[in-house]
Design a protein around this ligand. Structure first.
Ligand code: 5AD
Ligand code: SF4
Length: 434
């Protein structure tokens, strides 16, 4: 009987990409995918540790998956991703029947590791963070039927923002060769993918020999049947003039940028070691809006960084009011072990963080609603991804990355269609085909 694998993915797009890659290795090794962990012979959870809450969620999920071994003692269980990297062998001690701890930079070795733990029942932690990133595997059929795909172009981060665990768990910046990236992109397009999101912790500092990120985008723009490209995540400190001009000159580059600002106060930005000021950030947004009028801007922000005063927080609100983000991902600061911020004085009490977060989210809610409302009555292009959660409707995204639902038969899935917006909600728009 065929063996089955089950993968659960938490965290960012890098993890999504890595999970696809792990899935390919499972399939090459004779496994079939299943969406039920109870039916699997091998379960793997790909984890995130960027915030305390994400790590807790990962550990509790891992506990539940390991418990499946009680019913099925031959089941193999692995933990991958950033929690695996950070906790390493501690996880083998904490979960005595866990079989494998696999760091993100070890994925290239997974084929051999899989064989080893299948054959001789070894329990191991593979967590060398200095390895080169995973190489492209040249499989054609994997993304079939999907109109969108992620493509990892670089890994790791050299910035060491004082709150951030990423440089410790993903290692230093390493970029893949443009040749390999373009070959992978062309393969995706051949399979029917029409939108590619280039991903990396800090794509702006992509560099491979003489090729920098704007040149990579220019080369991607020449791929004929690719309709759309996006990238994430950018760091304001590394957003060059050349990159801003890509939004003016490259027609396939979607008018959307995710540019985390984290805080609106220069004192907090300095303590975070972000390498820019609020004025510089606002200048960048102005330049982006000049280069591509109507560009959607989304961002990440944190409240309650150690030492954040009421005035600092007000400056964050003020920046949000001035910029008017299309969407904002907001978080309460949480200590990450081993980072400089975790050792800082002036920690903000939890209830204060909660109050600030609620105030901030209320402000942004009004802005998002206002922006979505402005689209009512407009006709917009939507790349259709599939049926919506509620069923009976199709769902897709505008080039500005807003979700649009509308009624249509499934023949429009994977196509670019025109939709007239009829109603706007907080998280999505509702329209009719035109
Ligand atoms: N606490 C809270 N939020 C964090 N982020 C990163 N590190 C922390 C932390 N220690 C947020 C940042 C980042 C997003 C992915 O997660 O806003 O952009
Ligand atoms: Fe989470 Fe960062 Fe790891 Fe992605 S790279 S899974 S966001 S900790």
């Amino acid at each position: 009987m065929a063996r089955h694998y089950y993968i659960e993915t938490m965290g960012c797009q890098m993890n999504e990409y890595d999970s696809d890659h792990l899935g390919r290795i499972f399939e090459d090794s004779g496994y079939l995918a299943t969406s039920e962990p109870e039916e699997a012979d091998f379960v793997l959870v790909n984890t995130c540790s960027v915030r305390a809450k994400a790590e807790q969620k990962a550990l509790s999920r891992l506990g539940r998956l390991v418990a499946l071994k009680k019913k099925n003692p031959r089941l193999l269980v692995a933990v991958a991703g950033c929690v695996a990297q950070q906790r390493g062998t501690d996880l083998l001690a904490r979960f005595p029947s866990l079989d494998l701890v696999l760091g993100p930079r070890e994925i290239g070795r997974f084929r051999d590791i899989l064989r080893k733990i299948e054959n001789d029942g070894t329990r191991l932690a593979a967590v060398d963070v200095h390895r080169a990133p995973t190489a492209f595997m040249g499989r054609f059929e994997y993304f079939q039927n999907s109109v969108k795909a992620y493509l990892t172009i670089m890994e790791g981060c050299n910035n060491f923002c004082s709150y951030c665990i990423v440089p410790y768990v993903r290692g230093r910046e390493t970029s893949r060769s443009p040749h390999e990236i373009l070959e992978e992109a062309r393969n995706l397009v051949l399979q029917g993918v029409r939108e590619i999101t280039l991903v990396g912790q800090n794509v702006n500092s992509y560099v491979y020999e003489k090729t920098r990120f704007p040149e990579l985008l220019q080369a991607m723009n020449k791929i004929k049947t690719l309709h759309r490209m996006r990238f994430t995540t950018s760091h304001p400190k590394d957003l060059s003039e050349e990159l801003i001009q890509c939004f003016a000159g490259l027609e396939k580059l979607c008018p959307h940028i995710h540019l985390p600002f984290q805080a609106g106060s220069n004192a907090v930005l300095k303590a975070m070691k972000r390498g820019y000021t609020r004025e510089k950030y606002m200048d960048l947004i102005r330049e982006l809006r000049e280069a591509r009028p109507g560009i959607a801007v989304t961002s990440d922000v944190m409240v309650g960084f150690p030492g954040e005063s009421e005035e600092d927080f007000e400056l964050t609100l003020d920046l949000i009011r001035q910029i008017e983000f299309d969407n904002l991902f907001s978080f309460k600061y949480s200590d990450r072990e081993g980072t400089p911020a975790a050792r800082m004085k002036g920690k903000i009490p939890e209830n204060q963080k909660l109050t600030r977060l609620a105030r901030l989210q209320e402000l942004q809610r009004g802005i998002t609603l206002k922006k979505n409302k402005e689209l009512v009555g407009k006709s917009i292009k939507v790349l259709v991804e599939g049926t919506s959660k509620k069923g009976q409707q199709l769902t897709g995204r505008t080039d500005t990355n807003k979700v649009v639902n509308f009624i249509s038969d499934s023949s429009n899935i994977n196509r670019l269609v025109n939709v007239k917006v009829k109603r706007s909600l907080f998280n999505s728009l509702w329209g009719e085909l035109t």
